[in-house]
Design a protein around this ligand. Structure first.
Ligand code: AMP
Length: 291
C-alpha cells in the first residue's frame, strides 16, 4: 500500500507517551483504521485520511514542510521547534510542565540564583527565551536525553525538563523551582493545507468531530424531578448550554428537568440543585455534542 497523495495526512507519535491517546482520539471521532506496531502509516476506511507514525520530535517539521497536513504533538515541541505551523486545538491529554529544577540540598534555590549557572535542557529555545525575558543570564546546555542526571555528573547546576508527576525529579534528588511552560497535546496544521480549498473542508470536518468529542467528554447530562414551584430556583442553578428541557410528570405539580452540565462544576451544581428542591437526580455521560 502506498500513501495516497489526494488524502489528508495526519502525523502522530509512533511510539511513546502520546501514541495511545492520539490513536484513541482518532478512533473515538469515528475514524476506522487498522493500527499495529511496526506500521509506517494507516489508511482510514471511512475518511480520506492517512495516519503517519513518526518520531514526535520530527512532527513539527514534517507538518511545516507539508509532508503531513496535520499533526498531534506536545505544545512543548511546537514551541521548541519554532516551526511555521498553525496551532488549532488543545486536545486535553499529554499534560506536563516544563520546569526548572535544582538539586535538593545545596546549590541555587531561586531563579535569580541561577545567574551565571549552567542549566541543562532538551528545550534550549524555550528556556533561552524564558531566561532572556526575565533578564537571567545563565548558560543553557543542550542535552537530548537523561537531563536529570546532569547535576549529579557536574555537567549542570540545574535542569529544565518535562515533569508530570514529579517522581523522576524526586528520584534524582531534584526539586522544581519554577515552571517555564504548561504543555499538553495539540492539533497543529500546515498553513497552506488550511488555506487549500480542497483540503480545508476535510480539515474542518475532522476538527469539528474532535471538538464535539472533547466537549462531550467534559459534559454530563443531568435529569431530575422537582415540584413545579422549584423550577425558577433550579433554572438559576443550571449553567446549561441552552435553557433546560422541562416536562410535566404524571404526578400533579411535579416536573422533570434535563440539562447538560460541564464536568468541572458538576458537584457544585448538583449540591445547589438539591438545595433548590431537585430530587431523583440521574447523571448520564454524553457521547457527542454537535453544535
Ligand atoms: P516520549 O517521547 O514518549 O517521552 O513523549 C514525549 C512527549 O510526551 C513530550 O514531548 C510531552 O509533550 C509529553 N509528555 C507528557 N508528560 C511527560 C513527561 N512527564 N515527560 C516527558 N514528556 C511528557
Amino acid at each position: 500500500m502506498k500513501l495516497d497523495g489526494s488524502n489528508l495526512k495526519i502525523a502522530v507519535q509512533r511510539k511513546g507517551r502520546l501514541s495511545m491517546d492520539s490513536l484513541l482520539l482518532l478512533k473515538t471521532t469515528g475514524l476506522s483504521f487498522d493500527s499495529y506496531e511496526g506500521r509506517l502509516f494507516s489508511r482510514c476506511h471511512n475518511f480520506p485520511l492517512d495516519i503517519l507514525y513518526l518520531r514526535d520530535d520530527d512532527i513539527p517539521e514534517y507538518v511545516q514542510d507539508g509532508v503531513a497536513d496535520l499533526g498531534i504533538v506536545g505544545l512543548n515541541l511546537v514551541e521548541e521547534k519554532r516551526a511555521a505551523l498553525s496551532s488549532l486545538d488543545e486536545l486535553d491529554f499529554g499534560f506536563c510542565s516544563l520546569c526548572i529544577a535544582v538539586p535538593g540540598e545545596h546549590g541555587p534555590d531561586t531563579l535569580e540564583e541561577l545567574r551565571g549557572k549552567r542549566i541543562a535542557t532538551s528545550h534550549p529555545n524555550v528556556l533561552t527565551e524564558f531566561l532572556q525575558k526575565r533578564k537571567i543570564d545563565a548558560r543553557v546546555i543542550r542535552i537530548s536525553g537523561s537531563v536529570e542526571i546532569t547535576p549529579a555528573l557536574d555537567i549542570a547546576d540545574a535542569i529544565c525538563d518535562l515533569v508530570s508527576t514529579g517522581s523522576t525529579l524526586k528520584m534524582n534528588g531534584l526539586k522544581p523551582i519554577t515552571t517555564v511552560l504548561e504543555s499538553q497535546a495539540v492539533l497543529v496544521a500546515n498553513p497552506d493545507s488550511l488555506a487549500c480549498p480542497r483540503r480545508n473542508p476535510f480539515i474542518s470536518r475532522l476538527r469539528s468531530r474532535i471538538r464535539s468529542h472533547l466537549q462531550a467528554r467534559s459534559t454530563k447530562y443531568v435529569m431530575m424531578n422537582a415540584p413545579r414551584s422549584a423550577l425558577e430556583a433550579i433554572e438559576a442553578t443550571l449553567p446549561g448550554m441552552k435553557s433546560p428541557t422541562v416536562m410535566p410528570l404524571a404526578e400533579k405539580d411535579m416536573i422533570a428537568v434535563h440539562s447538560a452540565v460541564p464536568e468541572d462544576i458538576f458537584w457544585d451544581v448538583i449540591e445547589n440543585l438539591k438545595k433548590a428542591g431537585a430530587r431523583d437526580i440521574l447523571v448520564l455521560p454524553v457521547e457527542k455534542i454537535v453544535v
